[in-house]
Design a protein around this ligand. Structure first.
Ligand SMILES: [Zn+2]
Length: 317
């Protein structure tokens, strides 16, 4: 009797845990082929919400001779599983490596799905990403995602990167070569850009958005501009931004031009002794090419403030 009650109890607990995982992504997101053997699911260009279930980035995979390499498998376990469904329609080769472009969880919380399916997959990221995830940022992102999606990310847990990838590294995975570019501080202080040499595809991470302006609270305008100069000179043919459509070199240069326009205009204003709110009217017409991009209204104020502080700090260098 007692035994069967315990058994029933365990069964109930087991069911409760299983049903704690939120359902798969409800919308269909097409798989885009951006180069030979290189695929991207271009996610929604909005912030995480119940409708997109926390999916908002550009998860990607490359099919190579000795396996599959995944880049930024998304912000929830559900997004990672959606990517795997696409992947299995293309190949039955295993995922052997994953790259995470930076600390923001909308790019890497999907690691969980990859590792659950392929426990031997090695996950690479900048050493500061590895450190910050362990230091609590991973848990913060799980909570933030759950709040923004009102529970649609439930079941997602922290599976952080373990293997460092830093400036100048050339990493072999699945028979391909990946060159790592890191600029100390750009979108954050954790960004790596990843050049898949053979297909000539450069993953920009959030150093660039396309048709989307990205937040920049812990970044550096000058560092981000410099990173995109390097991206443009990398020789890549295809550029995959952190958010928005992939394309040619213009994906890197357009975002560079936006950042440079904000920074230079704010610096001019600062040099003339203006306050940050007085600079906005001069800046707005200059940003006309980008003013219909997602996030433009939302980020303009914070971007001016960040650029202003950076211009001020530059005075003391
Ligand atoms: Zn980011």
């Amino acid at each position: 009797m007692l035994k069967s009650m315990i058994f029933l109890l365990l069964l109930t607990v087991g069911t409760a845990v299983a049903s704690d995982k939120a359902p798969p992504l409800q919308k269909q997101y097409p798989l885009d082929r951006v180069a030979e053997n290189v695929y991207v699911v271009h996610g929604p260009r909005e912030l995480p919400n119940p409708g997109n279930q926390g999916f908002m980035n550009n998860p990607s995979f490359i099919v190579a001779e000795k396996g599959v390499v995944v880049i930024d498998p998304g912000g929830t376990v559900q997004t990672g599983e959606m990517l795997l469904t696409h992947l299995r329609n293309v190949t039955d080769k295993p995922v052997v490596a994953v790259f995470n472009t930076h600390i923001h969880g909308d790019h890497w919380l999907g690691n969980q799905a990859i590792v659950e399916a392929y426990p031997d997959a090695v996950i690479y990221a900048h050493p500061r990403t590895i450190e910050q995830v362990k230091g609590g940022e991973g848990a913060n992102w799980v909570d933030l995602m759950a709040r923004l999606t009102e529970g649609a990310s439930a079941g997602t847990r922290v599976v952080g990167p373990e293997r460092p990838a830093d400036e100048g590294d050339r990493i072999q995975a699945a028979g391909l070569t990946f060159r790592i570019l890191h600029n100390d501080r750009a979108h954050t202080d954790t960004d790596i850009m990843i050049l898949a040499e053979e297909p000539g595809v450069l993953y920009l991470g959030d150093n660039a958005g396309n048709a989307r302006i990205l937040r920049m609270q812990h970044g550096s305008f000058r560092g981000n501009i410099e990173a995109l100069e390097r991206a443009a000179a990398s020789g890549a043919k295809v550029f995959v931004p952190g958010h928005g459509p992939s394309g040619g070199v213009e994906v890197a240069t357009s975002y560079r031009d936006y950042l440079a326009m904000v920074y230079e205009t704010v610096r001019e204003g600062y040099d003339e002794g203006k306050a940050d709110f007085e600079i906005r009217p001069a800046l707005l017409p200059r940003l006309a090419p980008w003013n219909d991009w997602a996030g433009f209204e939302h980020e303009l104020g914070p971007h001016i403030s960040t650029a202003f502080l950076e211009a001020e700090a530059a005075d003391f260098e």
